[in-house]
Design a binder for this molecule. Structure first.
Ligand code: ARG
Length: 463
């Protein structure tokens, strides 16, 4: 294909160099945004008297039909083209002759690509946002169903204190709510139009950048043309949002994997989200959760690769910046895929409440409550802590749990112990008595459910 910039050259580009230089195999997915941006640009050109009304009509007619034809498949994208911007412009010129050549007035591919990628990412961010909402909803439904499911809460992966499964799940809902806040924050900062920055220094034409920005629903324009074409910090910011989403998903995945092991058996994943083994007939593997955990590394890699590509780049545009797309596209695709699979995996998961309860009965997770019992009877916490430590040691020796030790034995440690201690250290009481805000207590969890519900219904503002 003849290059638009061929005029200055004596020789054609080497075939391999041409392929190496081309970005069409990954940037063609921005064709809708490229055409939308060009139509807005052409509207500005005609308003400012830079092109005629007839040319404008021809250009927009040509661009719209190109868009329709690419979408319907009638116009296959030529993978020999240098990039999507060149392809669309060449096709317009093919269809409309010289008129098509007027489109690129007062514009450069540098500001064009900076615009297209913003438009593309803005659309994609809406989808990621929706998927996050779906996941929060799935978590919320499970949280509602499992308010009475008592399980051990862990620190250091050692049984620590009793919590409800609902409380544990809601912790993830809060993380994903913050992820939504972070994403919308990043999109806000990205939502300024660079178009009209041209190659780097602006243009001698009397353009109206604000008009284009408004037409394309941006908050305004980027204030410095060099910055407008040089910066990709919004891609880095989005990738860091995606990395955080994946980090949260990976922790959740890890727990789902642990919970569905024979050692825990706290949950049963639905058959439709698990796989079998080719050799071990008994196996039911949590592959989806494992893949999500694995793909987290990939999204971190996308973030690192983009940061590294941008490091030390002089202003303004450099071809290195073409590398932004594969990283950000892969990050988006991966996070979308993971969120799409995770939400139904969570909503179809069954909590095995009896197993959770049994696990909570072991491991002395009511020891803190036993110490609190003594404190409420007047003992300083440190002394109570020491006594309970000795009692736990004795129980371990005798292979019993706190609930099974005789009162007379308890009284050998302290005469503050009475019969009411058993009620006090029952798992239900441990939960019920957690009255602090945000705690695992039944009422507190109910409030957290309300909080998340209000957030989902759009009644609660995000961070
Ligand atoms: N395909 C290029 C990219 O993605 C478009 C910008 C090209 N600009 C240039 N001066 N060669 O970055």
């Amino acid at each position: 294909m003849d290059k638009m910039w061929a005029g200055r050259f004596q020789k054609a580009l080497n075939k391999e160099a041409d392929d190496f230089n081309s970005s069409i195999h990954f940037d063609s997915k921005m064709y809708v945004q490229d055409i939308k941006g060009s139509i807005a640009h052409a509207s500005m050109l005609v308003k400012q008297g830079i092109i005629s009304a007839e040319d404008f009509n021809e250009i927009t007619d040509g661009l719209s039909s190109i868009c329709d034809d690419i979408t319907s498949g009638a116009l296959p994208i030529d993978m020999e083209a240098e990039d999507i911007h060149m392809f669309v412009e060449a096709e317009l010129t093919k269809r409309k002759g010289d008129v098509g050549k007027r489109l690129h007035t007062a514009r450069s591919r540098n500001d064009q690509v900076a615009l297209d990628i913003r438009l593309y990412l803005r659309d994609e961010a809406v989808e990621v946002n929706e998927l996050l909402y779906n996941l929060i909803e799935a978590i919320l439904e499970q949280a509602k169903k499992n308010q009475d499911a008592i399980m051990p809460g862990y620190t250091h992966l050692q049984r620590a204190q009793p919590i409800t499964f609902s409380h544990h799940l809601l912790a993830y809902a809060m993380m994903f709510i913050r992820d939504i806040g972070r994403l919308s924050d990043a999109v806000k900062r990205m939502n300024y139009s660079p178009l009209g920055s041209c190659a780097l220094s602006g243009t001698t034409y009397n353009t109206d950048r604000e008009f284009v920005a408004e037409k394309l629903d941006f908050y305004g324009i980027t204030q410095n043309s060099i910055d407008g074409v040089s910066d990709r910090d919004f891609c880095v910011e989005l990738l860091s949002c995606f990395s955080l989403i994946m980090m949260h998903l990976s922790r959740f995945s890890e727990e789902v994997i642990l919970w569905s092991s024979w050692e825990f058996k706290f949950v049963e994943l639905d058959d439709s989200y698990t796989t079998g083994s080719s050799i071990m007939p008994q196996k039911k593997n949590p592959d989806m959760a494992e893949l999500v955990r694995g793909k987290t590394g990939r999204v971190y890699g996308d973030l690192m690769s983009l940061l590294t590509s941008l490091k030390g780049l002089p202003l303004a545009y450099n071809k290195d910046m073409q590398e932004d797309k594969e990283a950000i596209f892969d990050g988006i695709e991966t996070v979308k895929e993971c969120l799409s699979i995770f939400a139904p995996m969570i909503s179809t998961m069954t909590a095995l409440k009896d197993n959770m309860y049994k696990a909570a009965q072991k491991g002395f997770i009511n020891a803190t409550d036993l110490a609190d019992y003594l404190v409420k009877k007047g003992l300083p916490f440190r002394s109570a802590y020491k006594i309970v430590g000795q009692i736990v040691a004795k129980c371990i020796d005798e292979n019993i749990v706190l609930d099974n030790m005789e009162l007379s034995e308890y009284q050998k440690f302290s005469d503050l112990f009475q019969n009411d201690l058993y009620e006090e250290i029952s798992l239900e009481t441990c939960i019920k008595k957690r009255i602090s805000a945000g705690s695992t207590g039944y009422e507190s969890v109910e409030k957290q459910i309300e909080y998340v519900t209000e957030f989902i219904n759009g009644k609660k503002d995000i961070y």
